[in-house]
Design a protein around this ligand. Structure first.
Ligand code: C2E
Ligand code: CA
Ligand code: CA
Length: 573
């Protein structure tokens, strides 16, 4: 009897547990926001559970044969995968899954099935879970689009373009084809952005991009690379230069202004650089790099043009890159030294002063010319610490000479525009003058005339302040740039340095002679001292003497030399 009661208690306890479990599973099911389909193969039974009505409100499934009703709920191409999921009793794994799109056109459903088997391996039960993944799928599609296309222009994104270009390269290898890669960059885009705002900038990028999209085709890839830069790749199986044709069409288009949504019209020019496979490079990234380098060359050569790759361009670029890297190290290791070149009065050949000229010995012991590295230092900003070093080092030498040798002469320092324009420039130089206790009237700053073009008012104001402290100002390389004799009038300078190119040709060329003589006469009339640069021969010296030039600097009377040699020279005075 006890035994029976025990069995009954046990059964009711188990029953209670099953009821609790059932409650729990039902709750899990119902709150999962999924729908479930349960199939019992042994009893040939089907049940729908949880949120079935949310997914398939009009589909009632009571028997196995009803399952086919689900086909009408999905888009046609998903019918077969759905059938497999519903009816297959054996899958490679016990779990199978697939994604179907409902025929409402927007709902994506992930279906996952799990099957149970008996000991003989026959399927007994199957559960299929339906999960709404529309949100995730739409986000994913958007991300995929963004990975392949540029949102602003609809052109290929940079990464996708590189992948497609790699396919071109593989094809060209097999077929001996040619690929032209052309970078196109809108000239002075920064001015558009700064002047008219980035919204207008974006609109231009978009409109021009949409125009370029018209070239897209089986053999032409067009991409928006970055900001105002586009890259076009043209596969040319027959090797004819259709890239020229495309550039011509771009040129035709930009003759007409772009109409902006603000009602304004905007004209633009572009620069382009072309590199071809296999001539310039044999792999995708090198090809892109070469085209980009060539485009920058086109920009440097005055914009609004197309430039084709050739080996010297690459070599020049590589040299600049290596100088640029070494230059950054040199600023820390200070592998610079100062040389000084004497300047003499024509009259009596008495020493007028010395010009400080920087020298750079790189780690391999090679001397790199300032004519090469100063422009690079100006571009990457290292000119600022270099320039400060030049001023301090030269004034230090100069102060030591003044203490040792009792003579009056001038120290000339070359100042870059970037250095000169810094707010702290005047304070810095005054501090160094104070530190080494030199006479400001014996210092001269050489500034090139090209600097004046940039910001005439600000530059001349600074010149006036410097001159109030007694510092002399010299206009360097006069005649090379935008020189116009008319603007010399009223310029707050003390000295005019006539560029070497005039001295070189004055003797032989009548026209140059006329200009040189007018420069000297005009400078004299305005009260400037004149210094002729690069005087190499007696004949040039005599000529300059004859036309009334005040001072001479050049190999004839002294090359740039280390400070010890200047000391010997001062000893002889
Ligand atoms: P620059 O200021 O016009 O300097 C004169 C250049 O002509 C120097 O070249 C000098 O060595 C060279 N030279 C002088 N006399 C003769 C001659 O008779 N014949 C020939 N063929 N050349 C002569 P360097 O030293 O190579 O300097 C080149 C340029 O680099 C300078 O031109 C100047 O613009 C810049 N530079 C040099 N040192 C500095 C510096 O410390 N700071 C800045 N910002 N620029 C510098
Ligand atoms: Ca100079
Ligand atoms: Ca010069």
């Amino acid at each position: 009897m006890d035994d029976l009661r025990y069995q009954v208690d046990l059964l009711s306890a188990m029953n209670q547990r099953l009821t609790n479990d059932e409650k729990m599973y039902r709750l899990i099911c119902d709150t999962s926001s999924n729908a479930f389909l349960y199939v019992n193969f042994v009893k040939n039974e089907v049940r729908t559970l949880a949120n079935w009505n949310f997914f398939f409100p009009d589909v009632e499934i009571r028997h196995m044969k009803d399952l086919a009703k689900l086909y009408s709920q999905v888009e046609d191409k998903y019918v077969l995968p759905l059938r497999d999921l519903l009816f297959l009793e054996k899958t490679e794994m016990n779990v199978d899954s697939g994604i179907v799109k409902l025929n409402d056109g927007r709902t994506w459903v992930e279906c996952e099935s799990a099957i149970l088997y008996d000991e003989s391996g026959s399927a007994t039960d199957k559960v299929i879970r339906f999960k709404d993944i529309s949100k995730f799928k739409n986000q994913n599609d958007e991300l995929t689009y963004m990975a392949y296309y540029d949102v602003l222009t609809g052109l290929y994104s940079r990464n996708y373009f590189v992948r497609l270009l790699s396919d071109f390269v593989r094809k060209a290898e097999e077929e001996n084809g040619i690929i032209a890669v052309m970078f196109v960059d809108i000239d002075d885009f920064r001015k558009i952005n700064d002047g008219l705002g980035i919204i207008v900038g974006d609109e231009i990028v978009q409109q021009f991009g949409q125009f370029l999209a018209g070239f897209q085709g089986e053999n032409v890839l067009v991409s928006h690379f970055n900001a105002d830069i586009y890259c076009i790749a043209i596969y040319e199986p027959s090797g004819n230069r259709s890239v020229e044709h495309i550039f011509k069409m771009i040129h035709e288009r930009i003759k007409e202004p772009f109409a902006l949504s603000t009602g304004q019209e905007l004209s633009l020019t572009v620069s382009a650089g072309v590199a071809e496979y296999p001539e310039a490079a044999k792999n995708t990234l090198d090809l892109i790099n070469c085209a980009e380098i060539v485009m920058f060359k086109a920009k440097n050569q005055g914009k609004d043009s197309i430039q084709y790759f050739d080996a010297p361009i690459l070599n020049e670029f590589l040299q600049n890159v290596s100088i640029e890297t070494k230059l950054k190290e040199a600023v820390f290791s200070q592998n610079f030294v100062m040389n000084f070149q004497p300047q003499y009065y024509v009259n009596g050949k008495k020493l007028r002063g010395v010009e400080a000229l920087i020298r750079w010995r790189d780690n391999d012991g090679k001397m790199i010319s300032p004519a090469l590295f100063i422009p690079i230092a100006e571009k990457n900003g290292t000119i600022v610490p270099i320039g400060t070093w030049v001023i301090e080092e030269s004034i230090k030498c100069f102060a030591a000479w003044k203490k040792t040798y009792d003579c009056h002469f001038i120290l000339s320092l070359n100042i870059s525009a970037i250095q000169y324009m810094r707010d702290e420039f005047i304070d810095n130089i005054l501090n160094i003058i104070k530190k080494y206790d030199v006479n400001p009237e014996e210092l001269e700053l050489e500034i090139t005339e090209s600097v004046l073009i940039e910001n005439f008012k600000e530059i001349t104001e600074k010149m006036c302040i410097l001159r109030e402290y007694g510092i002399r100002i010299s206009l360097d390389d006069f005649g090379t740039g935008y020189s116009s004799l008319s603007y010399l009038k009223g310029l707050p300078i003390d000295t005019l340095k006539v560029d070497k190119s005039f001295i070189d040709t004055s003797i032989t060329d009548e026209n140059t002679r006329i200009i040189t003589e007018s420069i000297i006469i005009m400078a004299k009339r305005l009260g400037f001292e004149t210094v002729a640069e690069g005087v190499e021969t007696e004949e040039q010296f005599e000529y300059l003497n004859k036309i009334g030039c005040d001072c001479i600097q050049g190999y004839l009377l002294g090359k740039p030399m280390p400070k010890e040699d200047i000391e010997q020279l001062l000893n002889q005075i």
